[in-house]
Design a protein around this ligand. Structure first.
Ligand code: SF4
Length: 208
């Protein structure tokens, strides 16, 4: 029995790894490397606290130097540009250009999104929770915090309804208010602890 469980665990790990390689775009897309695809996806999803080279390096589990090279190549190709942060004029945020948003429509990762969409909703929910647990375990093994979004973050404060009857939100980590359309952004300050919700397609995400 123990041997059978071990085989299942290894099969799951190999399937996750195989899906990851396919989704990375390895050998599938011309002119855009797997690292560049990863950066394009990251900056499409990252919230305003996380659109920096160092946050991308942490997300991609790479060095700042390697992350900088990837970002520079995307800037040179016109997929990414730099802009001053609205909150802190001294810091710079990286944002996708129209050309960068356009190429995400050809992202090889989208075939994986379509495969996930074909699963029944109940399976999607269980699958998401199982993968979140695996990600948290791997992150603990590596001594790193997992990235995540506001709706499954312990730092999210929901302050009740405003006079316009809209729910107001704030980030307990940065002490800043959050707009409802920011809640789906990937965040470097994410603190796990709430059940995860299913995320929609990267290509469908607009920059926040
Ligand atoms: S609530 Fe959590 S995920 Fe959202 S901005 Fe704050 S730290 Fe980041």
């Amino acid at each position: 029995m123990a041997k059978e469980m071990k085989m299942n665990s290894r099969s799951i790990a190999e399937l996750v790894f195989h899906l990851g390689r396919i989704a990375s775009g390895e050998g599938l897309a011309e002119n855009v490397t797997p690292a560049q695809w990863s950066a394009l996806r990251y900056f499409a999803l990252a919230n305003r606290f996380s659109r920096t080279p160092s946050a991308f390096a942490a997300f991609h589990a790479t060095t700042r130097g390697t992350a900088s090279q990837t970002i520079k190549s995307l800037e040179a190709q016109g997929y990414l540009s730099r802009m001053r942060s609205e909150d802190d004029k001294r810091s710079v945020q990286l944002v996708l250009t129209d050309k960068g948003l356009g190429i995400l429509a050809d992202d090889p990762f989208e075939s994986l999104v379509r495969a996930a969409e074909s699963l029944p909703p109940s399976v999607q929910g269980h699958f998401t929770q199982a993968l979140q647990r695996m990600l948290a375990q791997v992150s603990r093994d590596r001594g790193k915090s997992p990235f995540g979004t506001c709706m499954s973050c312990q730092q999210l404060d929901s302050g009740g309804c405003t006079p316009e009857e809209q729910v107001s939100y704030a980030c307990g980590f940065t002490k800043e208010p959050l707009h409802a359309n920011e809640l789906d952004g990937v965040c470097i300050n994410f603190t796990p602890g709430k059940p995860a919700i299913v995320r929609t397609s990267v290509a469908a995400a607009a920059p926040r």
